[in-house]
Design a protein around this ligand. Structure first.
Ligand SMILES: Cc1cc2nc3c(=O)[nH]c(=O)nc-3n(C[C@H](O)[C@H](O)[C@H](O)COP(=O)(O)OP(=O)(O)OC[C@H]3O[C@@H](n4cnc5c(N)ncnc54)[C@H](O)[C@@H]3O)c2cc1C
Length: 604
């Protein structure tokens, strides 16, 4: 992973093979992307603060995980300091590194995780679980003024599928595994988790659980919250075990408490997740709609119908135009076909091409199932003016989806700040949320006097509602700090979400970026409950402090003794019981033979 941006060093977005992109960005953002880019500051010019550690801590950790798995290397520590939010990238690219962890520790077993946590608490160190560092909500950075030692616990060595129960279709998987390695292990045995976030290539199972992630095919497989059935979590009071039962009546759900906990309740060592047989057929079809309103209504009708597609996604007109602008150099035949299609849409179907919206619907399963689903969807989209444009655009989208994230760095190199804000709301509120967020973004552009662009797509449909995903970009004015101008736009959109009755985030978590809106979303008593949970489980505030509920304690709780932080002794608020392990559950007797795929997972 690049220390200053997304993905691998040798991969970069390029505009040269996309002839429409340069004029598009010039028109909307007044930036010529052909001008030479500005590179991030060189790593050799960056000052990485030396680690500050109490005597004996590094040696004790090395005794637990082995010398080679404890790192004080500057680059390693910088990579582990933050995630990949726009704010993270802008600051890091400029050489502002924040509170870099003092050590990176890489446990290889659950017992080692226990040993690491015990050593950390004994030394009153801060412990921040690190999956792959892809979060975009400020979920990883230690508080700026943190005076205690900070340990980044990189989960990457815990990367194996431990067992698959083919009867229950459950797999126990270590939490540090990244998407491609997870799928490779499952696929080799004929299974898939079906969780494909755009960050799939550089994110982990534990990170997905700790942020309540959602993947592109969530309409069929469910979000990670649904896929996760059992858990093992190394916590200050011991190893928490959540059994992988299909449902339970054991009081408030401990499983749900861990989901989205952002490392504040413990280190997730493994999870038991629902897996599915690899589908024999998988296809994504492209559709065009005459307007956002018709497209949105079609997606809602699909969610309410008996059709069970794996993907339902529609872009608004602005995002549709952006998608067309990123198309590669068309051949002469492509041009002719495209012209013929546009003429047909305008003359025969009465489309206003400027308002047209591009949608994708994905289908998975047996050939018969896919055929039947396509027919059901076809009957829904027809009356909404929709037109199927075949597999070409869908296949292209499917291939390119993991490359798209590189565009943000490309734009940053050219002075454009681009970011996302996503939310979810009931179907009845979605049009209102859509209008409110766009109006807020455009109002912010006007207030700042900057060029800006905002676009949206709907993805992740449920029976009761869906996720709206906004992408926005601004060309900073040069009159203020670029991040201050960005913050005005981001805040305006987030505020519009909660004011319109939507949530602060559907799948990007709270971290520090969205903490400001938490109380408006879940109410003051909700925040009090979360604070009580975090303070009760982790009384010393050692586990990823400051995330989700912010840094301040509730007014009626005693002040923390941070002033007299204990650099050489145990956390003053370590819970009475020592960290210990619970013996692993005996493995279930091997089931007789695989059973065929049952009904698809119901929409939540
Ligand atoms: C380009 C891009 C595209 C993205 N697309 C999507 C998308 O389509 N869908 C989506 O849901 N998200 C998306 N994200 C956001 C991000 O990938 C998710 O939040 C992801 O779940 C983070 O996983 P990670 O392993 O990188 O976790 P990290 O970023 O390393 O950590 C995230 C949080 O989880 C905690 N954590 C990590 N591992 C553990 C563990 N084992 N135990 C306890 N706590 C842990 C960390 O302490 C931190 O608080 C995207 C991000 C980028 C940059």
């Amino acid at each position: 992973m690049k220390w200053w941006g997304w993905g691998e060093e040798q991969i970069a977005f390029t505009h040269e093979d996309k002839p429409s992109l340069r004029p598009f960005i010039l028109r909307h953002l007044e930036v010529d992307i052909a001008t030479p880019p500005t590179a991030p500051v060189a790593f050799s010019d960056v000052t990485v603060p030396a680690p500050v550690l109490p005597a004996g801590l590094a040696e004790r950790l090395a005794g637990v995980v082995g010398d080679v798995h404890v790192s004080s290397d500057g680059m390693d520590r910088v990579v582990h300091a933050r995630g990949k939010s726009l704010r993270d990238l802008v600051r890091t690219r400029g050489g502002d590194l924040g509170r870099v962890p003092d050590l990176v520790v890489r446990p290889g077993t659950e017992d080692e995780l226990v040993g690491v946590l015990r050593a950390a608490l004994d030394a009153d160190a801060v412990v921040i679980a690190f999956g792959a560092g892809s979060n975009i909500s400020g979920s990883l950075e230690a508080p700026a003024g943190e005076r205690r030692p900070v340990l980044s616990v990189d989960m990457g060595r815990l990367d194996r599928v431990l067992s698959i129960d083919p009867v229950a279709r459950l797999a126990e998987i270590q939490a540090g595994v990244q998407g491609p390695r997870l799928e490779a292990q499952l696929n080799a045995a004929g299974w898939t988790l079906g969780h494909f976030p755009d960050s799939f290539a550089h994110s982990t199972l534990g990170g997905w659980i700790a942020t309540r992630s959602s993947g592109m095919q969530s309409d069929k497989y469910g979000d990670i919250a649904e896929l996760t059935r059992g858990l093992r979590v190394v916590a200050p009071s011991g190893t928490l075990v959540v059994r992988p039962v299909p449902s339970t009546s054991t009081g408030p759900s401990v499983r749900e408490m861990i989901l989205g906990s952002e490392g504040r309740l413990g280190l997730i060592s493994s999870a038991t997740v629902q897996v599915h047989r690899l589908p024999s057929e998988r296809t994504i079809l492209g559709y065009l709609f005459p307007s956002w309103a018709e497209g949105l209504a079609a997606m809602r009708d699909i969610a309410a119908s008996e059709a069970t597609p794996s993907v339902t996604r529609i872009s608004d007109a602005e995002e549709t135009q952006f998608s067309f602008a990123t198309r590669k150099q068309p051949t002469a035949v492509d041009k002719l076909q495209s012209k013929a299609l546009m003429t047909f849409l305008e003359r025969r179907k009465g489309y206003d091409l400027g308002a047209m919206c591009l949608a994708f619907v994905g289908y998975e399963g047996s050939e018969r199932h896919v055929r039947a689903q396509r027919c059901k969807v076809g009957r829904i989209i027809g009356p909404r003016g929709g037109l199927c444009i075949g597999t070409g655009p869908g296949a292209l989208y499917d291939q390119k989806k993991f490359d798209t994230p590189y565009i943000r760095d490309f734009l940053l190199d050219r002075g454009v700040l681009a970011d996302v804000s996503e939310t979810a709301a009931p179907w009845s509120r979605l049009p209102l949320v859509y209008d409110a967020a766009r109006t807020a973004a455009r109002g912010a552009f006007a207030e700042l006097g900057v060029r800006g662009y905002v676009m949206c797509h709907l993805s992740h449909s449920y029976h009761s509602g869906a996720c709206l995903y906004f992408t926005f970009a601004i060309t900073p004015s040069g009159r203020r700090a670029p991040l201050d101008e960005y913050a005005v736009v981001k805040s305006a959109i987030q505020q519009a979400f909660v004011d319109a009755g939507a949530t602060l985030s559907h799948h990007h978590a709270v971290g520090t970026e969205h903490a400001e809106w938490l109380e408006q979303d879940i109410s003051a008593p909700g925040v009090t409950m979360l604070r009580a949970l975090f303070d009760g489980v982790d009384p010393g505030g050692n586990l990823n402090p400051g995330k989700i509920v912010g840094a301040d304690l509730a007014p009626d709780l005693p002040a923390r003794d941070d002033d007299g932080v204990n650099l050489d002794g145990p956390s003053r608020r370590v819970v009475a019981e020592a960290v210990h392990t619970t013996p692993a559950q005996p493995a279930a007797a091997p089931p007789p033979e695989p059973v065929p795929e049952a009904k698809p997972a119901p929409r939540a």
